[in-house]
Ligand binder design. Structure first.
Ligand SMILES: *Cc1c(COP(=O)(O)O)cnc(C)c1O
Length: 357
């Protein structure tokens, strides 16, 4: 593929939003990255162009059968006004794993990272500087063939759009209440749970709505067969601290492997803690709770980094953890990871990629 990225700058600039009141995913920057795929040309015409609507025939495959993949990562501004990306190579690697599952052609991971760096460099003034804020990066691929047949598309579009986002924790890191879902499931082994694809999110909405109606903020997903074993929490991976040791569900063919999950396991081991990746049932967690051994629970993902869990609702029982307060390990992990991401903590594992010098 011709590796030169064509750049067309916008003749106008949008007003930057107030970083104090930023929401998630509502405001987009002035430019986006786009490249197309056809069977004969492969990926071609990589370009950075003004952010604008796209025009597609109503018969375009993207509107019908959900053959899509996406990624999510963030760019951070440091105190020295440098722009950092956190382990972006892992996101493009995972995008290709998702592509495999969805019959979408691979992208060149190094080229995608180069394109992202160029785009973020152009948009660097959009990276907010308030503590906890960042520039959210959304790479995604859609099928663009005009065809109603059920088959892998012969044409695709890869895009990267950028959105300044506010702090997940406006009033400090705070535990959430979780509804253990025993009817709906997110994914099953053999399905698409390990791929970051829109369909998994569509499948999750009904249970999320039910949890919210009952006063809970997220769903704890159990396995799709026996509905006994813990999978994930909302769109985050989940960890427990039981009797001084850390436990997280092993990757089992239906769990999405988070970059945050992987980073946390490395950090915990570096601190000398024991981490078990194993099958864990809700019954195990309930028994640990009854015995006073369930010390902490938290979700992990790019959006919140760490989301401490203050309560589980399971089988008509309310299990309150740690008096509904943030646990020690949750707090330490949050401070360390966000410190690495924003340059105030030593980058122990070479995770950070600088966009600007
Ligand atoms: C994206 C995602 C995660 C978290 O992944 P990170 O790379 O840590 O952001 C976890 N579970 C699901 C279902 C996801 O889609």
């Amino acid at each position: 593929m011709e590796n030169k990225i064509n750049i067309t700058l916008s003749t106008t600039r949008k007003e930057k939003p107030n970083p104090e009141t930023l929401e998630f995913g509502r405001v987009f920057t002035d430019h986006m990255f786009v490249m197309d795929y056809s069977v004969t040309k492969g990926w071609y015409d990589p370009r950075i162009v003004p952010y604008e609507p796209i025009s597609l025939s109503p018969s375009t495959m993207v509107f019908h059968y959900g053959q899509t993949v996406f990624e999510g990562l963030k760019a951070y501004r440091t105190k020295e006004d440098e722009i950092f990306l956190f382990r972006p190579d892992r996101n493009f690697q995972r995008m290709n794993q998702s592509n495999d599952r969805l019959c979408i052609p691979h992208i060149d991971e190094q080229f995608a990272l180069e394109a992202l760096k160029q785009l973020v460099a152009i948009e660097k003034d959009w990276v907010p500087n308030l503590e906890g804020t960042s520039l959210y990066v959304r790479p995604f691929i859609i099928p663009t063939e005009y065809y109603l047949g059920v088959a892998p598309s012969k044409f695709y579009r890869f895009m990267i759009i950028l959105s300044p986002v506010g702090s997940y924790y406006k009033e400090g890191i705070k535990p959430v209440k979780i509804y253990v879902e025993d009817n709906y499931v997110r994914a099953v082994k053999g399905g698409t749970g390990t791929a970051k694809t829109g369909a998994n999110y569509a499948a999750s909405l009904k249970a999320q709505e039910k949890a919210e109606k009952n006063g809970y903020s997220q769903v704890l997903w159990l396995d799709g067969v026996e509905k006994k074993y813990i999978e994930e929490v909302g769109s985050m991976n989940i960890f427990f601290k039981i009797n001084g040791e850390i436990v997280t569900p092993a990757l089992n063919g239906s769990i999405l492997e988070g970059v945050t999950r992987n980073s946390i396991i490395q950090l915990l081991k570096h601190w000398g803690l024991t981490v078990h990746e194993k099958r864990i049932s809700m019954e195990d967690v309930y028994n640990a709770y009854k015995n006073g051994q369930l010390e902490e629970a938290f979700g992990t993902g790019t959006a919140a980094v760490i989301s401490p869990i203050g309560e589980f609702y399971y089988n008509d029982v309310q299990m309150v953890l740690n008096n509904g307060e943030t646990g020690e390990i949750s707090k330490k992990l949050y401070d360390t990871l966000t410190g690495i991401q924003t340059g105030t903590h030593e980058d122990l594992f070479n995770w950070v990629v600088k966009v600007t010098e």
